[in-house]
Write a protein that binds this ligand. Structure first.
Ligand SMILES: NC(=O)c1ccc[n+]([C@@H]2O[C@H](COP(=O)([O-])OP(=O)(O)OC[C@H]3O[C@@H](n4cnc5c(N)ncnc54)[C@H](O)[C@@H]3O)[C@@H](O)[C@H]2O)c1
Length: 385
């Protein structure tokens, strides 16, 4: 790893991921040195001025080495957000909780004055309806699964560490936490490829929940600007305005989850589904999928079609005010749509080219009908009680 330690140096944990790399490229334009810290390298080539360190936040020695000489840490690395990752409790705990402890300890020991933590909506949301919530909402006392529980613990650790005296009386550590909505943008690697594969494989045949249920998204570049503003707002120049504070960050436009993706479905040449299922039935289906994964997952760790958490994250209304971020950080989201995402997928050969064979379609229909019949049948004893 070759870094020029003169000038400002930013360390991005999880910098090999989609968001971390995008943030790094934006920071580079401000003539800063950037170090990416990740267990995997970014999928794109490293521009000059960005260094990559292959390392693990669970290893304190590696974290210590990375933070030396750094002015600000963006702590983005995490594990367990979606799909089968959500079911690996041990790794989720180690990366999200112990990893964050290591980062904070190393910042104090090596006199890093600023840290911005990438948190999530899910520290306060666990499937209950929230309309125009704000930062006064309490942390959810009981989390339905490990990812939000550990993100919540980590966020509390980060905000509690605010004001910690740095080693050798070199001032104090200033911290802030950003809680973003679901991230989208061209090249996004976590949600969009999975959604596109469901569309292309004919699995996206139904939507669920109420048509007027609302959720939120954030374009990657709006989120990048929020991170840069938060880091600025931890400096003396901005009167340490963001110190010890959490902020909800989104595009500021609540939307129905499935309607949000309509331009992607149609832009790739597919029809938007007309079948709408009750959320309770979909939840039960997700529960059964998780049960099957629990039994079969040790032999074949398949990607579950949907988990219960994903069902309520997409089907239950929850959106938050970005007023605090506007007022205190100066955050002003730009208007984006899914057009660049559609073009990104089209540019890589995606999009409907010919109609699916009727045999394949028939088999898929039968599989889906059987799966849902199993869900309905499994409800019957409960209904009869
Ligand atoms: N994707 C979203 O919609 C969304 C929404 C809200 C919050 N977030 C938060 O954004 C951040 C990025 O999330 P993501 O999952 O979407 O992106 P991601 O998977 O692209 O980034 C996470 C990165 O962390 C790295 N990482 C995992 N374990 C590590 C370890 N032990 N040591 C070092 N690096 C490690 C991964 O290799 C990966 O590159 C996370 O903190 C997540 O909680 C994401």
């Amino acid at each position: 790893m070759e870094v020029n330690r003169t000038g400002r140096t930013f360390l991005i944990t999880g910098g090999g991921g989609y968001f971390g790399f995008r943030l790094a490229c934006a920071l580079l334009k401000t003539s800063s040195n950037v170090v990416l810290f990740d267990v995997r390298p970014p999928s794109q080539e490293l521009p000059e001025g960005i260094a990559f360190m292959r390392a693990d936040i669970r290893d304190y020695t590696q974290v210590e080495e990375a933070v030396r000489g750094v002015n600000c840490v963006f702590h983005i690395a995490s594990y367990g957000m979606s799909g089968r990752e959500q079911l690996n409790r041990k790794l989720i705990e180690e990366v999200n909780v112990q990893g964050t402890e290591n980062i904070l300890r190393a910042c104090v020991a090596h006199r890093v004055p600023r840290l911005v933590y990438m948190s999530t909506y899910n520290v306060v949301f666990g499937g209950q309806e929230i309309k125009d919530g704000d930062e006064s909402l309490p942390y959810l006392p009981l989390h339905p699964d490990h990812y939000p529980r550990t993100k919540s613990i980590a966020e509390m650790q980060v905000l509690k560490a605010n004001g910690s005296p740095l080693n050798n009386s070199a001032g104090v550590l200033q911290t802030s936490a950003l809680r973003p909505a679901g991230i989208y943008g061209p090249g996004e690697e976590r949600h969009l490829p999975r959604i596109v594969s469901y569309i292309e494989n004919g699995i996206f045949r139904f939507v669920y929940g109420e048509p007027d249920s609302l959720v939120e998204f954030v374009h990657v570049d709006n989120l990048v600007s929020a991170h840069m503003l938060a880091a600025e707002a931890l400096t003396e120049k901005r009167q340490h305005r963001a110190t010890g504070q959490p902020y909800f960050i989104s595009d500021g436009r609540p939307v129905n989850n499935f309607e949000f993706f309509r331009p992607l479905v149609e832009g790739l040449g597919y029809s938007f589904p007309t079948l709408r299922l009750p959320i309770s039935l979909t939840y039960l289906f997700a529960f059964l999928t998780e049960m099957v994964h629990h039994i079969v997952g040790r032999i074949y760790n398949f990607q579950p079609l949907l988990t219960r958490t994903e069902v309520y994250k997409t089907g239950v209304t929850h959106y938050f005010s970005i007023r605090k971020a506007r007022e205190e950080l100066g955050y002003e989201p730009k208007l984006y749509d899914l057009e660049d995402v559609v073009q990104w997928f089209r540019g890589r050969g995606h999009g409907k080219k010919h109609s699916q064979s009727s045999i394949k379609k028939l088999i898929l229909d039968v599989v889906l009908v059987v799966a849902f019949a199993a869900v309905v049948l499994s409800c019957l004893p409960v209904v009869g009680q």
